[in-house]
Design a protein around this ligand. Structure first.
Ligand code: PLP
Length: 390
């Protein structure tokens, strides 16, 4: 094993509690464990989050839902004590059997999907497209037709929801427009005498954003006697994106300061090498040793999800890793030269006593997914789900 990840159960559970507390007692929290729990491992995370009290888990696919169910059963949760599981990112006819067998709840928004589920007697959630234009049915005639087909197919409407395009934006006009459209959809459902149990909208940023009001969602859910719910992923794992918008600088994020990163990605020093002043290292010789320099080689690279943008050169500093010296103190070691497919060099010149086999933190406390994301010009989400330890 060239690298591995360690998951802090305590932090994951504490992050869940912080989200639930910030969201408020009237809003349930669906724990998003899609994409293998954002790279953290769906089996372990589903179990921890179920123990923490999550009433719902959100997965990518039927196959992922089956993985979560299996893990929960193995952890000793009887079916009645397991959370409901929402299949968030669509399904195909060949998935219906697994959906029914594993008691998953599919998200539906097209007549085709309803056709595939006909006769299954399943409860479903209908997604409303209020502006994201990714999944979802439009309020109005399209929704009315879909609800007709749902009834004809003998399916139960257990939930109705939408997804915001920019939940992190303070006082977003787009979010307000989406809210109005979602209200219209909920009214339509009410007008037909349907009684979904869940009305959900929003993500981690909706809980974090001080400009987004949770009474809006609670009031809307109350109007149909349903329970309000928000769907959180990133925050569970300890990350938020910054609040944006004109007055963002003057606003305090509500949730972010309470969160701590859950994943630590570790490897070990594979070998050591000294460079004399003037020697170069790595592809394209982007590093020249200014003086005698000691490099440690690490068995991780971009094939493992360590972004190539973290390369450091003479022209530009890159990322870094954390090494502990033998007195226990933590030191930064800069990534030098190009990050390659499976190997990366770091500068340990100033760190006393580094040995082959020493543990190294590639991502975790001291070098977070936010740091990686900033250097790679992306978002922490992409960094986390790309980590491929093993
Ligand atoms: C991924 C996802 C979420 C979770 O978003 P975070 O920003 O990670 O909290 C919520 N809802 C939907 C529909 C999603 O696809």
């Amino acid at each position: 094993m060239t690298s591995w990840i360690e998951i802090s159960e305590e932090r994951l559970a504490a992050n869940y509690r912080a989200i639930a507390q910030t969201a408020g007692a009237q809003t349930a929290v669906l724990a998003v464990v899609k994409a293998n729990a954002y790279g953290h491992g769906i089996e372990l995370c589903s179990t921890i989050l179920t123990r923490a009290g999550a009433p719902w888990l959100g997965v990518t696919s039927a196959a992922e839902g089956a993985r979560a169910r299996r893990a929960l059963a193995e952890a000793g949760f009887a079916p009645a004590n397991q959370p409901a599981i929402l299949v968030m990112c669509g399904f195909l006819p060949q998935d219906v059997e697994a959906i029914a067998e594993r008691a998953l709840t599919p998200v539906v928004w097209t007549p085709e999907q309803i056709g595939w589920l006909q006769g299954s007697g399943l409860a479903v959630h209908v997604e409303i497209d209020t502006g994201m234009a990714r999944q979802g049915v439009h309020p109005g005639e399209e929704l009315d037709d879909l609800l007709d087909e749902l009834a004809a197919a003998g399916l139960t409407l257990n939930g109705i929801f939408t997804h915001f395009c920019e939940a992190e934006a303070a006082h977003s006009e787009l979010t307000q427009t989406q809210q109005r459209r979602f209200e219209a959809a909920v009214k339509q459902v009410l007008a037909r005498g349907l009684a979904p149990k869940w009305v959900h909208a929003g993500s981690s940023s909706s809980v974090d954003n001080p400009a987004q009001s949770s009474p809006w969602l609670v009031n809307l859910a109350n109007s149909v006697d349903a329970r309000a719910m928000v769907r959180c992923g990133c925050a569970l794992y300890g990350y938020c994106v910054p609040i944006t918008g004109a007055d963002a600088a003057s606003m305090q994020p509500k949730l972010c300061p309470a969160l701590r990163p859950v994943m630590t990605w570790k490897t070990r020093v594979l070998s050591l090498r000294d460079l004399a002043a003037g020697e170069t290292a790595g592809y394209n010789a982007t590093l020249t040793a200014p003086a005698l320099m000691r490099l440690a080689m690490l068995p991780v690279g971009y094939a493992d999800g360590l972004r190539r943008e973290l390369s450091g050169s003479d022209a530009r500093p890159g990322g870094w890793v954390i090494l502990r010296s033998h007195d226990g103190s933590a030191h930064r070691a800069a990534i030098v030269g190009r990050v390659t497919m499976n190997l990366t060099m770091v500068d340990v010149t100033a760190i006393p006593g580094v040995c082959i086999g020493d543990e190294v933190i590639v991502l975790g406390d001291g070098i977070t997914a936010d740091d990686h994301a900033r250097l790679a010009a992306t978002i922490p989400y992409e960094i986390l789900c790309a980590v491929r330890a093993g």
